[in-house]
Write a protein that binds this ligand. Structure first.
Ligand code: PRP
Ligand code: ORO
Ligand code: MG
Length: 192
């Protein structure tokens, strides 16, 4: 499965939105990939996550003890990818803004792969790694359905992306005029 196949699934699901979006990093973008509109379809989600699981198996050596999904966007892809890897899926969720593993215990040195929906700056994956490292887990890799940075974001561990799709994003004080003219919306759950 290549980037065009992945984007076709997103377009087919009406998940490629155009407008003025405030991203979780604070950057602004004229395009937002509303993954929830893909993940509402079990068949589309299965197709994507089965391919992602195969790519993880090819690229990540050694045992994987857990898949960890950063809530909310990572919940469904982490669960479905874990099903194809045959390992349990757990998640981190924000408590007063900081990712915590609130509902699970994890063994010291457990080998973990983080599975995210979308990567833009890699900030959410880096926050997830910080939480898991503090608990003594070993994050052996991260993975995502679409990397909007097309390989440019450094998450500190190897990143397996099913698709790389470079999308423009701008600091709030450096918007092109056509973007500044549109009202801004923030679809994600950070700071809610
Ligand atoms: O690489 P980054 O710059 O961190 O951007 C990508 C993150 O943004 C979205 O999460 P968001 O915090 O918007 O909330 P959501 O998971 O509820 O969609 C998405 O699910 C990723 O977690
Ligand atoms: O960077 C983000 O916050 C982001 C971008 C995107 O296209 N989709 C998403 O869910 N989050
Ligand atoms: Mg998220």
């Amino acid at each position: 499965m290549n980037t065009d196949d992945v984007l076709e699934i997103f377009r087919d699901a009406g998940a490629v939105l155009e407008g003025h979006f405030i991203l979780t990093s604070g950057l602004r973008s004229p395009v937002f990939l509303q993954k929830a509109r893909v993940f509402m379809h079990a068949d589309k989600t299965e197709t994507l996550c089965k391919a992602l699981a195969e790519k993880i198996r090819e690229q990540v050596p050694g045992q994987i003890d857990y898949v960890v999904g950063p809530a909310i966007g990572g919940l469904i892809p982490a669960y479905e990818t874990s099903r194809h890897l045959g390992v349990p899926a757990i998640w981190v969720e924000r408590e007063q803004g900081t990712f915590r593993l609130r509902r699970f215990e994890i063994e010291q040195s457990a080998r973990v792969v983080i599975v995210e929906d979308i990567v833009t700056t890699g900030l959410s994956i880096r926050e997830t790694i910080e939480c898991l490292k503090a608990l003594g887990a070993e994050v052996v890799a991260a993975a995502c359905i679409i990397d909007r940075s097309a390989g440019k974001s450094d998450v500190g561990v190897p990143l397996v992306a099913l698709a790389e799709y470079e999308v423009p994003a701008y600091p709030a004080d450096a918007l092109p005029p056509e973007l500044a003219a549109l009202p801004a919306v923030k679809p994600g759950s950070r700071n809610m």
